[in-house]
Design a protein around this ligand. Structure first.
Ligand code: GH3
Ligand code: MG
Length: 312
């Protein structure tokens, strides 16, 4: 369910300071793939780091201000963009240039004047490989038991969103969610019963956030995390309440809970704008602290880290 839809067109970013070159490549590739263009290195980097990055970059070497080698170097240095394959398209056809380009992490090197069928074939091959790498990467980021994102995916998303929020000064919200009295649940319904409960709770949590970058992941054991980029406190609180009531609406019987006849969850929310010098770990600690407060205050409720109040 999280894998790329096969109907989705892969996209190519063409980077060249010459409009004529861009048009020639775009014309050649536009029927099969979605095309993005940039006429300088800075724009290329911005598009590569955006929320919908390209699947492949065709990169001219000689450009004013930032040349293609520098663009490639920066792409490969950043965890957000390092996996986007880069092909140099250049008039510099010496072996030294090609060797240097490949040493920077480019996957291929095409010399101008280009042969249209060869460019198309190489692009197709690299995009095909990219598609399978994406599928592999995606499946290694899914929790085997519940089918939602796993801890690895969460850690990566948090690191990327933390960086983005730091750069743009935007709000980042995190909700930590923990099933109440789950040890008792296992004791009453067995470990397999507990597993089924985890699956149902995970699916119910997963169905709440709606924006493409919102993420619900299994953080570990019976704890889940919901990461909401560019989300203010008020909206995040609404989401947290929706998560809580959606789990309650499952009406999963919990006969050994001292609290309720149904399975419930406690939630800790924090919203912050990352500051220089802070680590991404900080937002987890804050949300964990809020979760602890929700547990202490009686469970089946939302607490937030910068306030002693809670809602239920
Ligand atoms: P609290 O309300 O304070 O959160 O109490 P709790 O019982 O939920 O918390 P505690 O940390 O004491 O117990 C968590 C339980 O979750 C213990 C562990 O066996 C169970 N658990 C963790 N992972 C899994 C899993 O994958 N499957 C099952 N069935 N149980 C699991
Ligand atoms: Mg628990």
């Amino acid at each position: 369910m999280f894998l790329m839809k096969s109907s989705e067109k892969q996209s190519i970013l063409i980077v060249d300071d010459s409009r004529t070159n861009i048009m020639a490549l775009a014309e050649l590739l536009k029927d099969e793939w979605a095309i993005k263009i940039a006429n300088n290195g800075a724009t290329a980097l911005r598009i590569a780091e955006s929320k919908s990055p390209p699947d492949l970059i065709l990169l001219d070497v000689m450009m004013p201000e930032m040349d293609g080698y520098e663009v490639c170097k920066r792409l490969k240095e950043s965890p957000i963009t390092k996996d986007i394959p880069v092909i140099f398209v250049t008039a510099m056809d010496s072996l030294e240039n090609e060797e240097f380009g490949l040493s920077l992490g480019a996957i291929d090197y095409i010399t101008k004047p280009i042969s249209p069928p060869i460019v198309k074939a190489r692009v197709r091959n690299h995009l095909e490989l990219k598609k399978y790498r994406d599928i592999l990467k995606e499946s290694s980021r899914i929790d085997g038991l519940t089918g939602i994102s796993n801890r690895r995916r969460f850690d990566e998303a948090l690191s990327a969103e933390w960086r983005r929020a730091l750069r743009y000064g935007s709000s980042l919200s995190l909700i930590m969610i923990d099933i109440d009295h789950f040890k008792n649940y296992n004791d009453s319904y067995g470990h397999l019963g507990g597993d089924e409960c985890l699956r149902q709770v995970a699916q119910s949590l997963h169905s709440i956030p709606k924006r493409p970058l919102d993420l619900v992941a299994r953080y570990g054991g019976e704890e889940f995390a919901c990461l909401l980029p560019e989300t203010e406190f008020t909206w995040a609180l609404k989401i947290a309440e929706d998560l809580r009531s959606n789990v309650l609406a499952l009406q999963l019987p919990h006969k050994s809970s001292p609290l309720s006849e149904q399975v419930t969850v406690s939630l800790g929310l924090t919203t912050l704008i990352p500051q220089k010098g802070q680590e991404a770990q900080f937002i987890i600690e804050e949300a964990d602290r809020a979760l602890y407060t929700a547990k202490e205050a009686g469970r089946n409720q939302v607490s937030w880290s910068n306030s002693k109040e809670s809602s239920s």
